[in-house]
Design a protein around this ligand. Structure first.
Ligand code: SF4
Length: 89
């Protein structure tokens, strides 16, 4: 594994030594790895959980990023990550 990588501006930057690989983690696990956990909340009460779709609604995390495919489908029962913010009532 290389010790450096290129950033968005083409500059060579060091890869943090404690960066753990994300492969094998589900999208929500990646969010919790990056931003920490909020064990007392679920994604269902987070303002970043959005509904997307025409014929039926699909839940998506707008902070993770959305696509029109199932790879970014989310569940309201997921344990929240550190980016959780209370949804409007
Ligand atoms: S808590 Fe909010 S920001 Fe974090 S994964 Fe869930 S929906 Fe996304």
């Amino acid at each position: 594994m290389p010790d450096t990588t290129l950033n968005l501006w083409g500059e060579e930057v060091a890869i943090p030594a404690d960066l753990k690989p994300m492969s094998g983690l589900s999208p929500v696990e990646q969010m919790r790895r990056m931003y920490g956990e909020r064990p007392t909340s679920t994604c269902g009460s987070c303002r970043h959980l959005i509904r997307q779709g025409r014929a039926r609604d699909f839940l998506k995390c707008e902070k993770f990023g959305t696509t029109h495919g199932p790879g970014t489908d989310w569940r309201s029962k997921y344990r929240a990550c550190g980016l959780w913010e209370e949804a409007d009532p």
